[in-house]
Design a protein around this ligand. Structure first.
Ligand code: GDP
Ligand code: MG
Length: 304
């Protein structure tokens, strides 16, 4: 199955919600105040945030108020606006010369470990030397789960020395990776959100020890978010934005959720790069984020 097909299937539920909604609203209808209000509500139900929904509705009002509109025109309008919004955030991970470290953070269950496995596989496939470090020292099975992914992705694996100290695992793995000539080192972390102070302190400590041997510019911190949580993900960004210097996002589980619109809400609220999106549990089910494809799929426009 091609990525396009997976994304198309994956966003199917989100797209169905928006496009049936639009068709119900705008089959040859005058764009009056009531229609605009219903449009705005529809966007909110599709997990575009109230703020983004208001902006898009205002734009539509300005350009088309009191004219006859069709559902196709509305879908084209929306896809165009979302493409414009998403294009600047659709950027891959930075890959410069020398060791690049990617600290992967996020709430437990969001898909950190799985995404690391998929990313490692992706970059190894591009001929990069990839390493994976087991910085989630709290979950008993975390190290083994990561080891399995490293083997599948043909990545070097840095399990740490069995201590519970994530910062020392991070430090040791960075030193080993530099020695091994690794281009890209992914460091898994624990995501115990119930203890925010602890989380903030731990992530800060990991950064601090990494900075002893690695320049600031070579460290990226990527937050993994679960699309099925919809707008709740925005509050997770708030927490981790304070805890870590976030440089980008990965959004997982876009398959089988009707909440794909949350990616647009995220872009509108934070403008953080979206490096990749997850559309399944398999090793190939994580791919670069392509703004236009995503926007058009979300609005059920066939661009093939
Ligand atoms: N359907 C689907 N499941 C995913 C995706 N990404 C991760 N998962 C699943 O989510 C669960 C938690 O993932 P895991 O990587 O262990 O999360 P972590 O606790 O953040 O490390 C696992 O069962 C994964 O297979 C995705 O893009 N789509
Ligand atoms: Mg994990």
């Amino acid at each position: 199955m091609s990525f396009w097909t997976r994304l198309k299937d994956g966003l199917g539920k989100s797209a169905a919600k928006l496009s049936t909604g639009i068709t119900d609203l705008f089959t040859k209808r005058k764009l009056d105040a009531a229609a605009l209000e219903e449009f705005e509500e529809l966007l909110i139900t599709a997990d575009l945030s109230p703020r983004l929904a208001a902006k898009l509705t205002e734009k539509l009002r300005k350009t088309r108020f009191d004219t006859e509109v069709s559902d196709e025109e509305i879908k084209q309008f929306l896809a165009g606006e979302l493409t414009t919004l998403l294009t600047p955030v659709a950027t891959p991970l930075r890959l410069e010369a020398g060791l690049q470290i990617v600290l992967v953070v996020g709430v437990n269950g969001n898909g950190k470990t799985t995404s690391i496995g998929k990313l490692a596989h992706y970059y190894a496939g591009l001929g990069r030397s990839v390493g994976i470090a087991a910085g989630d020292t709290f979950r008993a099975a975390a190290v083994e789960q990561l080891a399995v992914w490293a083997t599948r992705a043909k990545a070097r694996f840095y399990p740490g020395d069995g201590t519970k100290d994530a910062a020392s695992v991070a430090f040791q793995s960075a030193e080993s990776a530099a020695r091994d000539g690794v281009d890209l080192l992914f460091i898994d972390t624990a995501g115990r959100l119930h203890n925010k102070e602890h989380l903030v302190a731990e992530l800060a400590k990991i950064r601090r020890v990494l900075l002893k041997s690695i320049p600031e510019a070579a460290i990226q911190t990527v937050l993994v978010l679960d699309a099925t949580t919809g707008l709740t993900a925005l509050s997770q960004v708030e927490v981790f934005k304070d805890a870590a210097q976030l440089t980008g996002l990965i959004v997982t589980k876009l398959d089988g959720t009707a909440k794909g619109g949350m990616v647009a809400a995220l872009a509108d609220a934070y403008g953080l790069p979206v490096h990749a999106v997850g559309v399944g549990e398999g090793i190939e089910d994580l791919q670069p984020f392509v703004a236009k494809d995503f926007a058009e799929r979300l609005c059920s426009i066939d661009a093939e």
